[in-house]
Design a protein around this ligand. Structure first.
Ligand code: NAD
Length: 453
């Protein structure tokens, strides 16, 4: 017995009926999504606090208002985005109408991770609904309190003939992926990204893969260490370090490290107090498995700051590691926790070489008072996104595409990029039915005249 057959059949039929195509229908779904956020803000904040001990401020900034602003933007621009895009023509089709039509793919699957379990389900959903698709949403089973709200409450705000939330972990998601979808949007680890892409390949289904990895953070000698420390600490320890775009490790000279470590200590104390465990602003590791994994990483290099942990509440103190070797586990896997290793390099060239030897990251950061240095790192490396002299602020702009490259993923979204991702760009040419005299110059028998068309 296939648990998904009926649901998927219902959604496919709804798509074929054409119900999701009109702008009014799409706008109604987006307004429903906005109402879901407004009516259930407290419920969502409670769920996020239970799953990740996320503070109300972090939930507001990184989950709820981010999703809301994507909805607002889509509602404001829906009709403009849906408009056919006129394109330039050649002499041979001068009398025809040439345009790109953005049409929905059909039945779309969105698979989400647990670290921003509202944002990373709803923001892709905005794009999929705005583009006129039917959607199956598969939230993460690991952020189980948020998953419960998404499955029990969200469907009430959307047209249930066109939208469904399904539950499950690896086994159920594997079963789901055996079905044919018209598009799959996956956010998660590179390991599972490969499973998703292999399953999609069986049906030639296009995919967007929003993956993770290790995001380098180069700190030049020409920097104010305290400014850098404030910014790196904020973005490393936000959501207890469980952010795909968090600075994963610092590359700097031993001289800069000697100035940066006390500055990081000062920033951590100002942000989270003398005892970060009692700070309401520091999140917790999602589960026991990740807590144990992070315990292993704490044994790499030497602890310069933090290092304390408390298993009963999955607490790990904001930690800085020094004397870290490239071959140690903390430099081999994505950290995804409140641990920041510092690796020493002797020059900018060595830092760039270090970065380029590894998988292309999702985000790359460079700090320097010299704009030349910031621009050099940009010019000589590759990454999904890049931010000079700050943490992951490039995410907040709807005008920038968000996505990875190489090992950090493929495709992108946010703002209009989401709408485009979830739309097939159909090439259209509408020719006059008459004017045969003019058109007949193309036909055989050929002469030099044909070749000029
Ligand atoms: P994950 O890959 O373990 O799980 C993601 C989703 O895939 C979940 O819904 C899960 O149920 C499903 N899944 C897990 N194993 C599966 C399998 N064998 N077959 C089919 N489906 C399976 O990722 P996670 O632990 O939830 O999230 C952390 C990872 O996600 C990190 O690598 C992080 O960098 C990445 N991430 C990327 C972004 C981005 O926007 N690029 C955002 C957040 C997280």
């Amino acid at each position: 017995m296939d648990p998904f057959e009926d649901t998927l059949g219902r959604l496919r039929e709804a798509f074929r009926s054409g119900r999701t195509r009109p702008a009014e229908f799409r706008a109604a779904q987006l307004r429903g999504l906005a109402r879901f956020l407004q009516d259930n803000k407290k419920l969502l904040q409670e769920a996020l606090a239970q799953d990740l001990r996320k503070s109300a401020s972090e939930s507001e900034v990184s989950e709820i208002s981010t999703s809301q602003s994507e909805i607002d933007l889509a509602l404001r621009n829906l009709r403009a985005w849906m408009k056919d895009e006129k394109v330039s023509k050649k002499l041979a089709v001068q009398l025809s109408s040439a345009f790109i039509r953005k049409e929905p793919f059909g039945l779309v699957l969105i698979i989400a991770p647990w670290n921003y379990p509202v944002n990373l389900t709803l923001v892709p959903l905005v794009g999929a609904l705005a583009a006129g698709n039917c959607v199956v949403l598969k939230p993460s089973e690991i952020s189980k309190n948020t998953e419960k709200v998404l499955v029990e409450v969200l469907p009430r705000y959307l047209d249930q003939s066109c939208f469904a939330v399904v539950l499950g972990g690896p086994e159920e998601t594997g079963q789901l992926l055996e079905h044919k979808f018209d598009y799959i949007f996956f956010t998660g680890s590179p390991r599972v990204g490969k499973i998703v892409m292999a399953a999609a390949a069986k049906h030639l289904t296009p995919v967007t893969l929003e993956l993770g990895g290790k995001n380098p953070c180069y700190v030049d000698d020409n920097c104010d260490p305290q400014t850098v420390a404030n910014r790196v600490a904020m973005f490393r320890y936000f959501n207890a370090g469980q952010t795909c775009v968090a600075p994963d490790y610092v590359l700097c000279s031993p001289e800069m490290q000697a100035r940066l470590v006390p500055a990081l200590q000062s920033a951590i104390t100002r942000f989270y107090g003398e005892d970060p465990r009692s700070s309401p602003d520091l999140g917790r590791v999602i589960n026991e498995k990740h807590f144990q994994r992070l315990q292993g990483l704490l044994r790499c290099g030497r602890v310069a700051i933090g290092g304390q942990s408390e298993e009963s509440e999955r607490y790990i103190a904001p930690t800085v590691l020094v004397d870290v070797q490239e071959t140690e586990p903390v430099m081999q896997e994505e950290i995804f926790g409140p641990i920041l290793p510092i690796v020493n390099v002797r020059s900018l060239d060595e830092a760039i070489d270090f970065i380029n030897r590894r998988e292309k990251p999702l985000a790359l950061y460079a700090f320097s008072k010299s704009s030349q240095v910031v621009k050099q790192v940009l010019a000589r490396t590759s990454s999904g996104g890049y931010c000079g002299n700050d943490g992951f602020m490039h995410l907040i702009l709807h005008s920038l595409p968000f996505g990875g490259v190489g090992g950090s993923g493929m495709g992108n979204y946010h703002g209009k990029f989401s709408f485009d991702t979830f739309s097939h760009h159909r090439a259209c040419l509408l020719c006059p039915s008459g004017m045969e005299k003019i058109y007949s110059i193309r036909y055989p028998p050929y002469s030099p005249r044909n070749l000029r068309i």
